[in-house]
Ligand binder design. Structure first.
Ligand code: GLC
Length: 631
């Protein structure tokens, strides 16, 4: 557990303070691909409003809207040209207000994407900034990060972008159309606080904060050392990730904005860092910064070259052991001090989890999508579900050519690699083998998560009556065919979210791995103070696997959820498997505290002192289960 101590050794399970956003299920909407209400091929706000009942029925508590602000869409809206107006492709401010009202009317909340590490180069702040380099005459010059030209001995230009008009370069950590804001400038920070207040005053319920750990840059903006000589530009992570003033800035944001609004939630996107202690700085309640962050250690599990990779598209096989270690590390981290996780396995920057961590062949697709659902709903943290995950949407077919891929990151990486290969081999474009890059795109391009949602079996899967901005996957999986099918992935998610909501141990319980060294089984317990304990067993392979004695002796426990049909025998005794079939997963509840002296809770707690599962199972026999099993 690099650089960070696990939770202290305890004799009793610890239950964190309960908060509404901890038990919430957040559903991420990538608006352009969700639902098109007006036939222009682009998803829109009215399309989201039209589907609110669908989301409510699924069990969603909070909607996170990826950016819908005015934008040239160079990075699909993560390049904002006006923070306080809606891009006309998505609708109007009135449409947004109606969406908010209808969301609230259904008892759900709405959080917005806050993208303030950078703006679009078409934002009026940047247009003004670029207009004149004289900081006295141009008060916005210093809102971005400008430097005069500087070339090395070979005459190489910097990685920054050159602006002819003022003969200076500006810093952009992402594409050239996304200049970085200068957070050192207090006026910039005030402008950010103002736009945050604008949305909060309108009633939005919080923010997901884009690359928030990038906002503070190391003083002097030094050159990155050359660590990958074949690359024209070097990774400069150390110079801007979790930079020297980032916590000052977020504390100021909390003090001046967040703390002034009740019942909001915040989640910061914090890529690159895998060290819990570093990310805990953003999250621990005494620091008064954010409620939680997205950390990407699990998502980086199949990235070739790790965090310094040329592109996350370059794929390497992932190992279950690594997944188990990563989950265990974060689940166990600093709970008593208030560290809180965000649980997710998909978003708009990633390919589909069933294709990536499951098996999307027709035989295993539904089972492995359900297994992944179990892995998500049984972890401690706020749960995030990405649009389409609930119906087991998979990656685009391998037969699709590069033209179907629209993401700027995919296209740029392809072109850069092609250029590099042309230079190093002297071959023509046609002669160069790009099959490895194509394979990476097929497995991991961000495009897969951005395919339009498949609603029904009509043309373009009912996403639009026009021409979709991006091709729709042609498989016959869609919402309409799943919604009334009790065996579908959708129905499973719906049940699973309810099981999570009904069982606090799955949200707040202490995490303890079981069978940590088993090559294909991922298993753990989740235990609340007072004794209630869930056991989760998941087989991450297509092969049947005998399960260890400890797990077999779960007789008498209540089965909460299973992705295979399970027959009840007798009144309450569910078959306990001696073998887990391919991609089989189960969740058991092992006991509830009835509060009476004689109920056995003391015994349960004693068993934690022993920390031996078999002791716990013996005591579990003596317990009465308050609820009927509804797997
Ligand atoms: C975040 C977004 C991603 C975007 C990048 C730059 O990582 O999730 O989509 O490209 O920031 O804004």
């Amino acid at each position: 557990m690099a650089g960070s101590p696990p939770s202290r050794n305890r004799t009793k399970p610890f239950t964190p303070t309960r908060q509404w956003w901890k038990s919430a299920t957040v559903y991420q909407i990538y608006p352009i691909s969700f639902f098109d209400s007006n036939g222009d091929g682009v998803g829109d706000l009215n399309g989201i409003t039209a589907k609110l009942d669908y989301l409510k029925a699924l069990g969603v508590d909070v909607i996170w809207l990826s950016p819908i602000y005015k934008s040239p869409l160079a990075d699909m809206g993560y390049d904002i040209s006006d923070y306080v107006s809606i891009d006309e492709r998505y609708g109007t401010l009135e449409d947004w207000e109606r969406l908010l009202e209808e969301t609230h009317a259904r008892g759900m909340k709405l959080i917005m994407d806050l993208v303030v590490n950078h703006t679009s180069d078409e934002h009026e702040w940047f247009v003004e900034s670029k207009s004149n380099k004289d900081t006295k005459a141009n008060p916005k010059r210093d809102w971005y990060i400008w430097r005069p030209p500087r070339y090395d001995e070979q005459g190489n230009r910097p990685a920054w972008e050159y602006d002819e008009g003022t003969d200076e370069y500006y810093l952009h950590l992402f594409v050239t159309k996304q200049p970085d804001l200068n957070w050192e400038n207090p006026e910039v920070r005030e402008a950010v606080w103002k736009l945050m207040r604008f949305w909060l005053d309108k009633g939005c319920d919080g923010f997901r904060m884009d690359v928030i750990n990038h906002i503070s840059k190391v003083e002097g903006l030094p050159d990155a050392p050359i660590i990958i000589p074949t690359l024209p530009y070097q990774p400069g992570n150390d110079f801007y990730i979790n930079g020297p003033k980032v916590h000052d800035y977020i504390k100021e944001m909390n003090e001046k904005v967040l703390s002034r609004y009740k019942n909001i939630m915040t989640v910061g996107e914090a890529p690159i860092t895998h060290i819990p202690a570093t990310l805990a700085e953003y999250v621990l309640p005494q620091n008064k910064e954010l409620d939680m962050v997205f950390q990407f250690e699990l998502i980086d599990i199949d990235a070739q070259g790790g965090m310094e990779a040329e592109s996350p598209i370059l794929w390497k096989p992932w190992r279950l052991q690594d997944m188990k270690d990563i989950v265990t590390k974060w689940q166990s981290y600093s709970r008593e001090d208030g560290f809180w996780n965000s649980i997710f396995i998909e978003n708009h920057d990633n390919s589909r989890s069933v294709s990536r961590f499951g098996d999307d062949s027709s035989k295993w697709r539904a089972l492995s999508a359900k297994l992944l659902c179990i892995s998500q709903i049984t972890q401690s943290g706020t749960l995030y579900v990405y649009q389409g995950q609930e119906i087991g949407m998979k990656n685009a077919p391998k037969s699709w050519s590069l033209e179907e891929y629209k993401d700027v990151a995919t296209i740029n990486f392809w072109n850069q690699t092609l250029e590099k290969r042309k230079k190093t081999t002297g071959k023509s474009e046609e002669e160069i083998d790009m099959s490895d890059i194509m394979e990476g795109c097929q497995r991991k391009a961000r495009d897969h998560g951005r395919l339009p949602i498949q609603w029904d079996s009509s043309p373009h899967a009912g996403f639009t009556t026009g021409t979709p901005w991006m091709r729709v996957n042609e498989d016959d999986w869609n919402v309409d065919s799943q919604i009334n099918d009790p065996d579908s992935v959708y129905s499973f998610w719906q049940r699973a979210l309810d099981v999570r909501k009904q069982n606090d141990s799955l949200i707040y319980g202490d995490f303890k791995p079981v069978l940590l060294d088993h090559p294909t089984i991922f298993a753990y317990t989740r235990t609340l103070e007072g004794g209630t304990s869930a056991l989760v067993v998941m087989n991450f392979s297509t092969q049947s696997v005998s399960i260890n004695e400890e797990v077999k002796r779960m007789k008498g426990a209540k089965l909460l959820l299973s992705n295979y049909p399970v027959k009840a025998t007798g009144d309450q005794a569910w078959e306990v498997p001696t073998v887990l079939r391919g991609y089989e997963g189960r969740v058991y509840l092992r006991g509830e505290c009835c509060g009476a002296d004689a109920c056995g809770c003391k015994g349960i707690q004693k068993s934690f002192r022993d920390s031996r599962i078999d002791t716990l199972i013996v005591f579990a026999f003596r317990l009465k289960f308050a609820r009927k099993t509804v797997p």
